[in-house]
Design a protein around this ligand. Structure first.
Ligand code: SF4
Length: 442
């Protein structure tokens, strides 16, 4: 895609000339210091190969606090994003439905999950789902995000009893019905319910345009004693990798992502990105990769842990773009980086994720979404164009007669595929409502 409106990128080579001649400042794993020439050569190779390898990503990641190195990474990432994604940045207007905030896991940074006895514990009824969906339809939203804790019935008898009294034998039973209600109510569901089996994903598929699971990290170390995933069996890396692969075998458009700053080291971050890319290459179903920074929350065991600085998040976002390659859809949640929105665009993202005029971000309720007009202003100022998408990206929308996308028909249940023309225009962008939402009009 062309990109006539964008300002010419400041070339990363120019930035590195500033550094040339200075003493190298780090010692990479091969024992040789990583200097300006090395960085230039690594980034040149990454741009021409369309990918940055994990070992190089780890070495560069160790240097993201250095503004010169970060600047070179950002400029290379911008170049990569423009090569592959042109000048369009997308956003999904959505409703967030936290179907249940009970969870069998206890990640030490989480405030989403509640205990059954908590006054804040809540499991949605189908009527409540329908009500949120009505609000979404009225405000021009396309995507109904079903986001919930992992299989709470495994941990809590009271929840099992509640499910049984409502006629469900599992959370998945309830989830399938909730997705059906959202789909029939006029929205396209996208489910992130933690670890699901292949059979469960198959049951959800008719009512979901796409599904997802943040890889978060492939670091086994973080499952160890005193680490954030010690009490989270579903954060076992092998289980998450397996679910990614099973979704690929089922040909489900899939969202993954990296969680930044929960105790992983630079090489573990790079390895996580490389594993997502390996799976994307093997199965061709990874439609987006989210780069999500950890923010410490009061009341959690990790409340005193320092998050990555905004600058480091920008640097790692650039690395994510370079590892995933120019064609990937790379997203940064704008409510978790509101002070660096232009920098995140420069770092190669092409998507702002979901923004809701109706509901909170229940995972990060302390961080309100920026308004759509603000996102549009920031995106336009960067020389890019903001467009609405649904839960799937435009090039994932099956369109008859479009040689690029028709082969993706197999990614959708026939019912879902038939419904898509109601939601998407001829270019795969979400159809806009006749009247602007209250937020857009504000
Ligand atoms: S799996 Fe998700 S919802 Fe459950 S405790 Fe961990 S972060 Fe929270």
């Amino acid at each position: 895609m062309g990109h006539p409106g964008a300002p010419p990128p400041a070339c990363y080579r120019a930035r590195l000339r500033i550094r040339a001649g200075r003493a190298p400042v780090s010692a990479p794993s091969d024992g040789r210091p990583l200097g300006a020439d090395d960085i230039r050569s690594i980034l040149d190779d990454a741009l021409s190969a369309g990918r940055l390898e994990a070992s190089e990503a780890g070495r560069l990641g160790a240097r993201v606090a250095d503004p010169v190195v970060r600047g070179a990474l950002v400029d290379a990432a911008w170049e990569s994003a423009r090569q592959g994604r042109g000048g369009v940045v997308t956003v999904s207007r959505y409703v967030f439905i936290p179907l249940t905030n009970l969870c069998r896991n206890r990640c030490s940074y989480c405030t989403f999950a509640k205990l059954p006895e908590s006054p804040e514990a809540h499991t949605y009824s189908l009527d409540e789902v329908a009500e949120v969906v009505r609000g979404g339809v009225l405000t021009g939203c396309t995507e109904a995000l079903m986001c919930l804790g992992d299989k709470p019935e495994v941990a809590y008898r009271s929840y099992r009893d509640q499910l049984a009294s409502d006629g469900y034998s599992s959370t998945t039973d309830l989830l399938v019905e909730a997705c059906r209600v959202a789909f029939e109510g006029g929205m396209l569901p996208h489910t992130n319910a933690g670890i699901l089996t292949a059979e469960e994903m198959e049951r959800l598929r008719p009512f979901n345009a796409s599904m997802g699971l943040m890889m978060e990290t492939t670091s086994q170390r973080l499952r160890g004693k005193g680490m954030p995933h010690q009490y989270a069996p579903d954060k076992e890396p092998a289980r998450r990798i397996r679910m990614h692969e099973e979704a690929g075998e089922l040909k489900i458009p899939f969202t993954s992502g990296l969680l930044l700053g929960i105790g992983e080291n630079d090489q573990e971050r790079a390895d996580t990105l490389a594993e997502i890319r390996r799976i994307a290459d093997a199965y061709g179903h990874i439609q987006e990769v989210i780069v999500q920074p950890f923010h410490p929350k009061p009341g959690t065991r990790m409340r005193h842990v320092s998050p990555l600085s905004d600058e480091e998040v920008v640097g790692w976002t650039a690395i994510a773009r370079l590892v995933m390659g120019p064609q990937a859809n790379v997203q940064a949640p704008p409510n978790l980086g509101e002070s660096v929105l232009p920098e995140l665009l420069r770092a190669g993202i092409n998507d702002w994720g979901g923004v809701s005029p109706v509901t909170l971000d229940y995972i990060n309720p302390e961080a309100p979404w920026p308004t759509l007009p603000l996102l549009r202003e920031v995106t336009t100022a960067a020389g890019l164009e903001l467009r609405d998408r649904g839960p799937i990206y435009p090039d994932w929308v099956p369109r008859e007669g479009d040689g690029v996308t028709t082969d993706r028909n197999e990614f959708y249940d026939p019912r879902m595929r038939e419904a898509m023309p109601r939601f998407f225009d001829a270019d795969g962008f979400a159809k806009r409502p006749d009247t602007p939402s209250g937020e857009e009009a504000a």
